[in-house]
Write a protein of this length. Structure first.
Length: 68
């Protein structure tokens, strides 16, 4: 019979063996690889939210004019 009370040890390196190369000057693709995608999504969401808020504000102004 096998002994299930033994513990398995997994070693994880604290620092990567090969460091990631730094992005080149003006390298847009490499910039996206270093977290730029997340930043681009946040900027796009902020722009979209601003556009929606402006559209809602205009709609409320139109509705308020029609009620008067």
């Amino acid at each position: 019979m096998s002994d299930f009370s033994t513990k398995q040890v997994i070693l994880v390196a604290a620092s990567p063996a090969d460091s990631a190369p730094t992005p080149e000057v003006g390298g847009f693709i490499s910039l996206l690889m270093y977290g730029g995608v997340g930043v681009a999504i946040i900027i796009a969401m902020a722009y979209f939210s601003q556009t929606l808020l402006e559209a809602i504000a205009k709609l409320i102004k139109i509705i308020n004019k029609n009620k008067k």
